[in-house]
Design a protein around this ligand. Sequence first.
Ligand code: BEZ
Length: 242
Amino acid sequence: MKLTLFLTCTILLTFSLHARENERYRIPLIGEKAPSFTGLSTEGTIHFPDDYFGHWKILFSHPADFTPVCSTEILELAEIQDDFSKLDTKLVVMSTDGLNSHIEWVRSLQGIKRYDRESITIEFPLVSDPDLEISKKYGMLHPTYSTTRDVRGVFIIDPEDKICATFFYPASTGRNMEEIKRVLIALQTSAKRNVLTPANWQPGDDVLIDSPESIEAAEKLAAKNNPDLYSLEWYLWFKKSK
Ligand code: BEZ
């Protein structure tokens, strides 16, 4: 009897420890609060997302410093860092490499001239995560790739620290920084104007509004002759941007 009780308790405890460990690897979902962390970065200690409350934020992870794809990503991000700044958006990059590695890599990247550009100063922090704590909190370790190196993760986070969009790319594929900027602008447009953005939307294009609830509701909307709106079907209404 005592042995059965002991075995049952041991099995339950093992399951609960596993569940808790798995929870630590979970990817935070859209709508959830961005997990908090404190990390050492190339610009000092960072408390994320608290230090940036009230601003939009984008958290990027990458597999490893001094690697080719990652290097081009950091250079391309730096190339449009002023655009993100104008969009009131703070950029934070992290990987499981140590701080000294980050500092040396940034120094090296700042000497590179890609295409026929001038070399560029990297104005966003690179956070080190050698204990894998941040990587686990943000589900950036995908164990079939690596248990110690992050995949390419992107989290777009709103001024209230709510996760608005997430992307994951494999190590082999460099991200398109213009596409990340486009998604950010789409999210900001939706938040500001209470509208939706259609497929392939680009800033300045017409946007969408929620579908009327029925054909009758659509007919009533059409009868208002609002010059800013037009429809292609009763459930498909655009709002002019210009
Ligand atoms: C890269 O950034 O080039 C890279 C990083 C990790 C694995 C493969 C490629």
